[in-house]
Design a protein around this ligand. Sequence first.
Ligand code: MTE
Ligand code: LUZ
Ligand code: MOS
Length: 748
Amino acid sequence: MKNIDSHSHVRGESVYLDDVPVVRGTLYACVFDSPVAHGKLKSINTNEAEKSAGVVRVITAKDLVGENQIGGIVPDEPLLADGEVHFQGQSIAIVVAETEELARKAAKKITVEIDELEPVTDPRVAAANESFIVPPKKFVLGDTAAAFANCAHIFEGRTEQNGQEHLYIETQGAYALPTENGGIKIYSSTQGPTAVQRAVCRVTGMPMHKVEVDVQRLGGGFGGKEDQANAWAGICAVATQLTGKPVKYALHRMEDMRMTGKRHPYSSDYKIGLDKDLKIVAYEATFYQNAGAACDLSPPVLERTLFHCTNSYYIPNVTATAYCCRTNLPPNTAFRGFGGPQGMFVIESAIARAAERLNVTAAEIQKANLLVDGDEFPYGQKAESEAVTSWTQADEKYDFTKLYKESDEFNASSKYFKKGVAMMPVCFGISFTKTPMNQARSLVHVYTDGSVAVSTGAVEMGQGVNTKIAQVAAKMFGLDIGEVKVHTTNTLRIANTSPTAASAAADLNGKATQLACDAIRNRLFDVAKDLVEAASVDDLSLEQGFVFRNGEKTTLDWNSLVMEAHLQRVNLSEHSHYATPGIGFDWTTAKGHPFAYHVYGTAIVGVTVDCLRGRYKIDYVKCCHDFGTSMNTAVDLGQIEGGIVQGLGWMTMEEVVYDRDGKLRSNALSTYKVPDIHSVPKEIAVLPLETTRENLAIFNSKAVGEPPLMYGIGAYFAIRNAIKSFTDCSPEFDCPFTPEKVLMNLYR
Ligand code: MTE
Ligand code: LUZ
Ligand code: MOS
């Protein structure tokens, strides 16, 4: 089963925002953004821009008809800066012109008077100033104070983690068109069509039923378009409202890199206590999240850091505290893993530190503490764990002892190249941690020619969700996947959608599709029962385009059945709703059962470091991964490979650099390095975990979008181990491990 989009992708025929045919009279927007990170905005001079060729209108905060606000969780984010600027790249004015070039040219003619204020870029400085966006969050299990008193070994330290640019191939953008009676239709490159609809309604003052949002597909989102597509749709909508014309804006790469938020950097403290058998008895962690200048999704990201702060380990006594720190950077946002990777890096650092002090491998500590069935997470849910099985099956397949030995032998005979190996277990919870978001809807039409159209709330962004949804409908109706067409994600067909995020889109929208198909199928069986003279509808099934009775093919084919049902005036359409059962979380106690299930896995990562130059190669990432039962191995393997490489990039070469003035220095692809074909691991091996357990995933095929990213974290520790075999040092836990940083550690 391949991806249904592969044919049109390869031929360049797939439609993205910039491929939507442009209507005559369309105008183009361009934003003038703040040149400084913090200051009082005293005046905006738009005179020259307004006189500039082709300019139709220049819009500032005072022109907005609706509310100047796009903050979803906390109302702290104006669409256009008013009175103050809080980060470099913050939108101040919109220029609307006849062409893109003229809009960009005019935007350069805007000037502002700003009284600069001291910018804060460090979350610890923000914390010292008590500049928090929301109150701190805390998870407590057992009693860490009492447990530390009885530990054989205690280690404390600090970790630094940098952000990550999403670098979706398609930049942010939107296209707004006026519709009759004051409505607006928006094409948006968004993971959250409903989020866009809400934001557009807020800034234009329009009711939701007058705003249609349509999404064909995204050239990648990776979390960057869960919330941050809203602004650009809002900008186009406001411009359409004020000019009465269609308005389009697709950001240039450097605008996108400068103006949008990224993965959250964190600074964290840890304290880990072990007994003499290497059991972790107590763990304390404090996380300082660099949220940027506005709330955006920072609180739920911060919460997921806490949810995953013990990764795949059972620790009976845990105190984890997390601070959401406001700084003068672009508001940071969702990014594959959603705070989980940041929590995991800290516990892995704590384990690595304990291992080097105790003169054991980190693997010995990791293995001794893996979750088993019934173990309690710090948030109260009990584990149905595959931590041990994934570790054991990976070991059987890849032979960890042999891989460690190969590396040691190589190092014994090599002076300037050193190998390093690290294990990376992963445990990731599936469900939005905000329970109400775990719902979805699907609209299924069977047409009289037997073809099937499906619409859901899921957005295709390269992850293959449309392929999976088509598979669900095809399987339910016993049809070839070619008989099913998955249509655009559209707020008129599917309302009140959750964003496509949390790796849960295939589960939520797939299950809704399954329910819709099931309802139609039951109605069809009632019709078929008489036609094939079956004793009961329970004897019927749909396979290979035919009705089967007691497992045997009848002469009644799908098309004839559909047409007969239509003639009998049977409804061939269904709109279904799915809500994940059995989940919930209570923040007043910080306990509950937030996740439908967890995805587990164990990876072993091997690297070679060039100890003269500080460069390195990732030799392999070999993992045993818990797919449940994959419904599409090609798509799922693609997700694993992509996730691993994206995780490796975050840990190694991708370095977001803001200077002390809060100005982004790594603002283009010449200064921000992402993994390319030369830097991907030479080998990525994936072993599906053998398990027969039932789960709440669609057709038992577990969510796969985010969890594999975290295997990449192993690369940091593998590089660190390689450095340690070259020189007697203990590198700080400060990612990414760029070649420069590696070199400095090699010769410190
Ligand atoms: N894969 C591709 N090709 N492009 C993307 O933008 N986003 C990731 C992941 N895989 C992404 C991707 C993220 S952040 C999430 S949450 C999931 O896909 C969302 O899709 P799913 O819920 O269908 O897994
Ligand atoms: N988005 C969100 C997410 O709003 N809530 C979540 O729990 C989540 N988890 C992962 C990725 N995106
Ligand atoms: Mo993914 S970070 O949930 O969009």
